[in-house]
Design a protein around this ligand. Sequence first.
Ligand SMILES: Cc1ncc(COP(=O)(O)O)c(C=O)c1O
Length: 360
Amino acid sequence: MTPIYQTSTYVQSAPGEHKGYEYSRTQNPTRDALQDNLAALENGKYGLCFSSGLGAIDALMKLLKPGDEVISTSDLYGGTYRLYMKIYSEYGIKFHFTGMDDIDKIKPFVNENTKMIWIETPTNPMLNIIDIKKAGELSKANDLILAVDNTFASPYLQNPLDLGADIVMHSITKYIGGHSDVVMGALVCNDDDLHEKLAFIQNSSGAVCGPMDSFLVLRGIKTLHLRMRQHCINGKAIAKFLNNHPKVDKVFWPGLEDHPNHTVAKAQMKDFGGMMSFTLKEDSMDDAFTLLSNTHLFALAESLGGVESLIGHPASMTHAAIPKEEREAVGLKDSLIRLSVGVEDIEDLLDDLSSALDKI
Ligand SMILES: Cc1ncc(COP(=O)(O)O)c(C=O)c1O
C-alpha cells in the first residue's frame, strides 16, 4: 500500500541537496502517487490535486488576466457560478453563460478576449449533455482552453482529454473518493506548458490536499469501476421507475431515449451514471419538501457520488447561490429534486422512493 507520508518537511543532506522532496505544499509522495493515478485514469500526462473541487477551479481561473473572457455553460454547479460571479468577476474577468446543448450557441460569444470554454457534462443539476468533441473543435479553431468538469461522469464513464479537452477537472469529493469522507479536487492535463503553469499556481496559492486524504482517495479509486457499474445499474432502474410514476412530471437522466442529447451521451459516455433529477406534477416547494422529508435510505444531504444514496433540493441547497430567475431560465424549478443513486440493493431504494412519493 502507498505509505502515508504524514510530513510537512524533509531532511536534506546538505544545503541545496535534497532527495526530491523539500516541503509538502510543493510535493508529497502520497499526493504524487494520487496525482499520477488520476492522470492515468483520465489518459492524461499530469494530475494535480487540490484541497477541494472549487480549489481546483480557483487554480484554473488564475491562468487568466483581467479583461479575459470565459464562456461557461449556463446550467452548472452553484458553487462554480458563485466563484465566477462573486470572486473572479471582481478581478475583471468576464463570464458569459449560455446553453450548450447545441455547440453553435457558443459561437456568438467568442471574441478576441475569449480565453476559455468551461463545460460541465452531465450538468449539475439538469443532467444536460454537452458534445465535448464539437466543443474541442471550436476551442482549437479559436485557440482557446477547453476545460471540462467531469465530476458527474467520473473517469470511468467519460474521458474528456480523449475527446479534445485541454483540462479535466474533478470534484474528487464525489465519485472518485466515493465514500463521503474526503473533500478534494483535481486537474488533469496533457500539455507540458499548461501543467507547469498550474503546478506553479498549486504551489504558490497553496490549496493542496493532505497525505491522509490522498491515501483515502487512492483506496477509494481501487473500487471506482465496481461502484460505477452498480451506480449505473441502479440509476437505470430508478430513472425508469420515476419516468412511469403518476406524481412525477419529468425525469432528467441522459440514459432515457427522450433526453435531448441522448445520442451524444451514448457516444461520449460508457454508460449513463447514477445522477438524475426530476420534477413533480405539481411544481410546489411543499410537495418537494414532503418527499424530501419522507425518504429514509435516500439521505437528505448536499454532495453526491458516495456509495450511499442521497436526495437533494437544488433550489434551496446546492444552487441557492444562483438567482431564482436565472435558475428557472435553465429549468431548475422549485419542485426539482436531485438524486445521487448509491449502490444499495435496488429493491430497497425503489421501496423508499415509492413510499415517500405516496406521502405527497
Ligand atoms: C459538478 C461539480 N463541480 C464542482 C464541485 C465543487 O467541488 P467541491 O465541493 O469538492 O469543492 C461540485 C460540488 O458539488 C460539483 O457538483
